[in-house]
Design a protein around this ligand. Structure first.
Ligand code: SF4
Length: 301
């Protein structure tokens, strides 16, 4: 089966919609037959070994297989703002970012576009020399991840919820934890423990991101507990984020209508440290600056 044939009956992610994307149908994620992106530029707000000095060459894909009620990028994830690219243009986009000095190519919310990305990586071939980062909400199929073997160097998945009730209510995915932890184990199998270069830039490995939500610290604690039960401290990195800001549909949900408190965030930081994991903690002051990049509906570069 060719990469494009997969789009005839799309089962790329755990939604398994079966949408015939080649015939113009779309599934839960709104993705169509062609890759659609809303921004491709250097991005300086990822974890230090991803952004480095020059910035991460970030490609924001439009559409998403989760619809988180608090998504800060809902303009593209739900609204599907963006512009379509052929696989050749996507390859040129990766090369353009590398030419601008990007430390890596950072594919954000790429699950619905894995076939197009694989085609684009094949077209770019040996000309693309920087690491490829797969930046994901965590809701992934292991079969789709397997297609990325040898093509992706760094996985940057979220692990958002432990509770089915929370994931159903906030992201419309009751099976989120079951799928995301299987996916995380697969990601680790594909790239292994973190490897850095002489400048401290990550060349291979997995950084697990977790955003501490308000009124959810017990859920966050279960996630850290699961990570500690399944990974040795040197096997993964953890990025604990605190920048939650009520927005979008979360403004109507009482439990999500305030910021995460310092107490809630620090409780989880201490737990991560006690488990011996290395990682990245967010300064509360930095978390005050909500950064949402500008998105485009026409190719602008
Ligand atoms: S990638 Fe999109 S169309 Fe394909 S199964 Fe997932 S949600 Fe459905």
């Amino acid at each position: 089966m060719s990469m494009n044939d997969i789009l005839k009956c799309c089962t790329l992610c755990p939604r398994r919609c079966g949408a015939d994307r080649l015939a113009g149908k779309t599934g839960f994620c709104h993705a169509g037959a062609k890759a659609k992106i809303a921004r491709a530029d250097l991005h300086y707000w990822e974890e230090p070994p991803i952004s480095g000095k020059n910035g991460s060459g970030t490609v924001f894909f439009s559409g998403c297989n989760l619809q988180c009620c608090f998504c800060q990028n809902h303009e593209i994830s739900e609204g599907c703002k963006g512009f379509e690219l052929s696989d050749e243009e996507l390859a040129e986009t990766f090369l353009m970012l590398q030419g601008k000095g990007a430390e890596n190519i950072n594919l954000v919310t790429a699950a619905p576009y894995v076939p197009q990305i694989i085609n684009a990586l094949d077209i770019a071939g040996d000309r693309l020399t920087v690491p490829i980062v797969y930046n994901s909400g965590g809701y992934e199929n292991v079969e789709t991840l397997e297609m990325l073997r040898g093509r992706v160097d760094i996985f940057l998945p979220d692990l958002k919820y432990y509770s089915c009730k929370l994931s159903a209510e906030y992201s419309g995915a009751a099976d989120y934890f079951e799928q995301a932890c299987r996916a995380l184990i697969k990601m680790w199998e594909l790239v292994g423990a973190p490897q850095f270069d002489e400048n401290g830039m990550l060349k291979k490995g997995v950084i697990v991101r977790h955003l501490v939500l308000p009124n959810c610290r017990h859920d966050s604690a279960k996630i850290v507990g699961w990570l500690a039960d399944n990974f040795a401290p040197h096997e993964i990195l953890i990025s604990l984020m605190s920048q939650y800001v009520p927005m979008h549909k979360a403004l109507d949900i009482k439990a999500l209508s305030r910021r995460t408190s310092t107490f809630e965030y620090n409780t989880i930081c201490e737990m991560v440290e006690k488990c011996g994991f290395d990682g990245y903690f967010q300064q509360r002051a930095a978390a005050e600056d909500k950064y949402v990049p500008e998105f485009f509906d026409e190719k602008y570069y």
